[in-house]
Design a protein around this ligand. Structure first.
Ligand SMILES: [Zn+2]
Length: 165
């Protein structure tokens, strides 16, 4: 049995990757995160301390969200919850005391892959969720997490426009 490193080295030596001296498209890929006026993608925070940001997606749901909230309260730990609008509609009361302690973000209405939606559908997903969150919690979300981590250009720009980030 060989280690993963040995297997990789063996494969690499047998089938070296071809390099033509330029990127295949002839255009250098843009490796910077997407940006729009007044909005940015947050991958991590700047800190000198070792810290962890806790986030929970897809709720609120009556089975697990109250248990998570109780555990966080027991340890006096804030977290960020990225909520589905349809779940806020049915179970939003679960987070009635979260404002001021936790951050509540937009995670679309019913969790589609926004990269597969057109502009109007994308707008509907984001706007309906922000509207129900405003109605239930009294504030509009300023954070957005795209389902599956797909940051489609139109969804990012649309969220920036809708929320004035
Ligand atoms: Zn999700």
């Amino acid at each position: 049995m060989i280690s993963a490193e040995e297997a990789y080295a063996e494969t690499e030596s047998q089938t070296p990757l071809q390099f033509y001296g330029v990127f295949a498209s002839g255009i250098r890929p843009d490796l910077s995160p997407p940006s729009a006026p007044g909005a940015s993608v947050i991958w991590s925070g700047l800190t000198d301390n070792r810290r962890v940001a806790l986030t929970f997606d897809d709720g609120p749901m009556p089975d697990w969200t109250p248990r998570v909230l109780r555990a966080l309260a027991r340890h006096d730990v804030p977290a960020t919850f990225f909520l589905k609008g349809i779940n806020v509609l049915h179970h939003g009361a679960i987070h009635r005391d979260s404002n001021g302690t936790h951050e509540l973000g937009n995670h679309t209405w019913d969790h589609p892959d926004l990269a597969r939606l057109d502009y109007a559908e994308c707008t509907d997903q984001l706007a309906r969720t922000s509207t129900i969150m405003q109605k239930v919690f009294g504030t509009r979300p300023t954070l957005f997490r795209p389902p599956y981590g797909h940051i489609a250009g139109s969804s990012f720009h649309r969220f920036a426009q809708l929320n004035g980030l």
